[in-house]
Design a protein around this ligand. Structure first.
Ligand code: BG6
Length: 484
């Protein structure tokens, strides 16, 4: 069986992420028997909750609409324990250690521990340090850490955090999560690229005109202005999610789908990114902020009017950029990326445009391969075909594959998949420190360039960003490819 024994210690157990994503993910693993009889979860946070109250919260987060899950949810929640915890108080770690040991005995776990940091990032280092000083790591079984983003806000802070973590955990024990790597269609990029000689042979500068990555969101900053004001779209989305997708699109073929082989090619892809000077970064990256607009007759606030946002804030809610790589296979191929809040709709899609060109039939059109990551999941590929009727007239045909919504709903959600992999000891789809260091270095130059700017572009809520983001492509004869 694939059952895993573990005491899972959740820092941030009362938080929004735990409630929305982590408990449902653990429940999914429970329903598959990965977590079964030999596990317990200790939720910790500041507030004083009883075990009973906590179990109610857990049940509530996994209940859903299906009644037949109720008994299962009840049994699942009985494995949850709550510990009120002040992350700076050493004595609290002693209590936590004792509770973990007691539950380890009670559920015959055998020493495995999974620590999950899912709370305010300023405490990540403090917790790691205390786990060591109060000797929480066990001598038998595994000790693994899953850590959420943000992993620092620039290279120096990320390095400082990493140093604190590696004082307690070895690299093989650290699972730095990027939930985009748990998405089916993000993984499918690799299947498409390396599973098809048809695509593999043309995946280079001779045939590719450009690569585009769009992570569009319809929502605004929601209740997260406090965090978002310190981050912005570049740090919130580009340094992590966009960069990971970019690596999948441009990295060399790994020798196998193992953690070591995948991290090796990914890291090489990041190494080969063409590093801009600040001047070049300013010319190739555009930041912008949404302004008030009426969407479907509803008044939407501009970013600066949102609760908790400074009235003269220069925080980017949108980024568009042109990234170049020095990887020989892609020399000269621009990679256009964009992401933002309050765009027209939620859609993550990636397009690779293959060059048209001269054919015996005349000029062939550019052909697009678009991979739909979410909410639609699938891909479309255009090929030039022959127009019906007389003559030899080329016409683009579009092949369209989408996963069935019911099948998508039945597949594990990103968090379930990733936590399952961490429990199984598979680091393939987690970030190695090297990758974070590389992506922060890349992004820090852009931040530095922007810090010298006194203004910011704007776009009305409900649009695809400022005109400048379109001009960025148009000046070299490219344009955004954006599918319904
Ligand atoms: C998170 C960002 O990492 O990703 C959020 O902090 C963003 O601002 C979210 O909304 C998007 O994730 P998804 O899975 O909804 O595309």
């Amino acid at each position: 069986s694939n059952e895993v024994n573990a005491v899972i210690i959740m820092f941030g157990g009362s938080g929004d992420l735990a409630h929305r994503k982590l408990y449902p993910a653990l429940f999914g693993l429970y329903r598959k028997g990965v977590l079964k009889d030999h596990f317990a979860v200790i939720g910790t946070a500041r507030r004083p909750w009883s075990d009973d109250y906590y179990r109610g919260v857990v049940r509530d987060s996994v209940a859903g609409s299906e009644e037949e899950h109720e008994a299962e949810a009840e049994a699942f929640a009985s494995h949850f324990y709550y510990q009120s915890h002040d992350v700076t108080d050493s004595s609290h770690y002693v209590t936590l250690k004792q509770l973990a040991q007691k539950l380890d005995d009670q559920y015959a776990v055998g020493g495995n521990r999974m620590y999950y940091m899912a709370m305010a990032p300023q405490f990540f280092a403090t917790i790691a340090t205390h786990l060591k000083s109060e000797a929480l790591l066990t001598k038998t079984g595994f000790n693994r850490l899953i850590i959420e983003k943000p992993f620092g806000h620039d290279y120096p802070s990320a390095k400082e955090l990493n140093d604190a973590l590696t004082g307690t955990f070895a690299e093989e024990q650290i699972y730095r999560i990027d939930h985009y790597l748990g998405k089916e269609m993000a993984q499918a990029i690799l299947a498409l690229r390396f599973g098809n000689p048809l695509l593999k042979t043309v995946w280079n500068k001779d045939y590719i005109k450009d690569i585009q990555i769009t992570l569009a969101e319809a929502v605004g900053v929601e209740e997260r202005a406090g965090y978002y004001e310190t981050a912005g779209a570049l740090r919130d989305m580009v340094q992590n999610h966009v960069m990971q997708l970019l690596a999948y699109l441009t990295m060399d073929e790994p020798t196998a789908m193992t953690s070591e082989a995948v991290h090796e090619v990914k890291s090489r892809a990041f190494d080969q990114l063409h590093r801009y000077t600040e001047e070049e970064a300013a010319a190739n990256f555009i930041r912008a902020q949404y302004t008030a607009a009426a969407i479907d007759g509803q008044a939407i606030k501009g970013y600066r009017e949102e609760d908790g946002v400074a009235s003269a804030s220069l925080t980017d809610t949108f980024v568009a950029g042109r990234i170049m790589t020095d990887a020989p296979a892609f020399a000269g191929v621009p990679i256009f990326i964009r992401t933002g809040k309050r765009l027209t709709r939620k859609s993550t899609q990636v397009t690779v445009t293959f060059k048209g060109g001269k054919t015996p039939f005349g000029e062939g059109q550019d052909a697009h391969l678009t991979i739909y990551i979410e909410p639609s999941q699938g891909y479309t590929l255009e090929l030039n075909g022959k127009q019906l009727g007389e003559g030899n007239i080329l016409t683009p045909n579009r092949l369209d594959f989408r996963h069935d919504p019911a099948a998508i709903a039945a597949a594990p959600e990103a968090y379930e998949r990733l936590i399952g992999e961490a429990l199984a000891g598979d680091q393939t789809n987690f970030n190695h420190w090297r990758e974070l260091a590389q992506t922060w270095h890349y992004v820090d130059v852009i931040t530095a360039a922007w810090q010298k700017q006194t203004g910011i572009e704007t776009y009305p809520a409900g649009t695809m960003g400022p005109q400048a983001a379109f001009d960025l492509l148009a000046k070299d004869g490219h344009q955004w490819y954006w599918q319904p």
